[in-house]
Design a binder for this molecule. Structure first.
Ligand code: 13P
Length: 391
């Protein structure tokens, strides 16, 4: 029979640090437990770490195609297509059946509709990804709404029922999740908006991990504004400090998360543009001050930069060693030329898939720090910034 008694930190201390076990042979080898109430063991710890590592593998990044139906409608409208389920399926089929995509892409983020969809031949999109060794992911937030009591800012909904939705998405094959909230520099940001964004992300991250999904943590600092890069750095440091504070409070496993930050740039309406080297310098400064090396991957969003700009900036960040895998999780900066090439015509599908491979490969090379923009098309150099962009 084994029994326990509390033991002290040292003879003179009044602090209890754990329990001492005795067995029925009278041995008193102490087994120490945590000071705090132990956190319930997670069922998915090893799998989460492995999933995050796989997504953050050298020369690969994430294809983000998790536009809500409304935002996907805007993409389709830009090439004169109606926002119907059939058109959304045709577009996603084009992207997800691109042969060889898995060489450059390790994960793809879906909107819920896509997770349950199949190709016109009846093959589930999730299985198309699996064949290319691409991890399926899922957007789990429910979008932005006005934040009462703030300076005209937003907060992100979606915590209600999140645990059961995550469990169901896992069954459907998803292995990672995404939650995008935003912070606006011209609107403040207010302390309330930053705290709300950070707390929501942390609760979401804990719930996702509990259900086997690696959470992508995305507090997007919008490009809107005419502020200089120094102001973006200041806000980004504040936001990430708060996010990591609450992630730790929620006992989130840092080895089992991925981050999706905005790059640190001047506001889109600032009088001067910054070079990729300057953007890399400021962004890496922010990351090294705020992100623990236990985090395996930093997968940037493109935020309205042109395809080429987003690739050049990623490349500049990979010109020097850093403790994480620094890569891409782009939507607009991977899809723009593809859409323009496709135009909704079946005869253009192969050319559009080639365009996707060109962009994915360019970003893969940038992840390794060996990209040059030589030979890039004029279309790929066009900026895509939209004021107050929603996803
Ligand atoms: P962009 O690369 O278009 O900014 O996408 C943001 C995003 O959150 C996609 O998942």
């Amino acid at each position: 029979m084994a029994c326990t008694s509390l033991v002290k930190l040292n003879a003179s201390s009044s602090q209890w640090i754990g329990k001492q076990s005795f067995n029925n042979q009278g041995s008193t080898r102490p087994t120490f437990h945590r000071l705090a109430v132990p956190i319930q063991a997670r069922s998915y710890t090893d799998e989460l770490v492995q999933t995050a590592k796989l997504i953050a593998s050298p020369g690969r990044g994430i294809l983000a195609i998790d536009e809500s139906n409304a935002t996907c409608g805007k993409r389709l409208a830009s090439i004169g297509l109606e926002n119907t389920e059939i058109n959304r399926q045709a577009y996603r089929q084009l992207l997800l059946t691109t042969p060889g995509l898995g060489e450059y892409v390790s994960g793809a983020i879906f909107f819920e509709e896509t997770l349950y969809q199949s190709t016109t031949d009846g093959k589930k999109f999730v299985d198309c990804l699996r064949e290319e060794k691409i991890m399926p992911g899922i957007k789990v937030d429910k979008g932005l709404v006005p934040l009462p009591g703030s300076n005209g800012e937003s907060w992100c909904q979606g915590l209600d029922g999140l645990a059961s939705r995550c469990a169901e998405y896992y069954k459907q094959g998803a292995r990672f999740a995404k939650w995008r909230t935003v912070v606006s520099i011209p609107c403040g940001p207010s302390a309330l908006a930053v705290k709300e964004a950070a707390w929501g992300l942390a609760r979401y991250a804990a719930i996702s991990q509990d259900n086997g999904l690696v959470p992508i943590v995305e507090p997007e600092i919008l490009l809107d504004g005419d502020h200089p890069i120094e102001r973006t750095l200041e806000v980004a440091e504040n936001v990430w400090a708060e996010v990591f504070f609450y992630l730790a409070q929620n006992n989130v496993l840092f080895e089992g998360i991925l981050l999706k930050p905005s790059m640190v740039t001047p506001g889109a309406e600032h009088k001067e543009k910054a070079s990729p080297e300057t953007i890399a310098k400021y962004t890496l400064k922010m990351l090294s001050r705020r992100v623990p090396p236990a985090v395996p991957g930093i997968m940037f969003l493109s935020g309205g930069q042109s395809e080429v700009e987003a690739t050049l900036n990623l490349n500049a960040m990979n010109q020097q060693p850093n403790p994480w895998h620094v890569s891409f999780s782009y939507a607009r900066a991977l899809q723009n030329t593809v859409l323009k090439t496709w135009q909704g015509l079946p005869e253009n599908v192969e050319a559009a898939q080639r365009a996707l491979l060109i962009r994915a490969k360019a970003n893969s090379i940038a992840q390794l720090g060996r990209y040059s923009a030589e030979g890039e098309s004029e279309e790929a150099k066009k900026g895509m910034f939209v004021k107050g962009y929603t996803y």
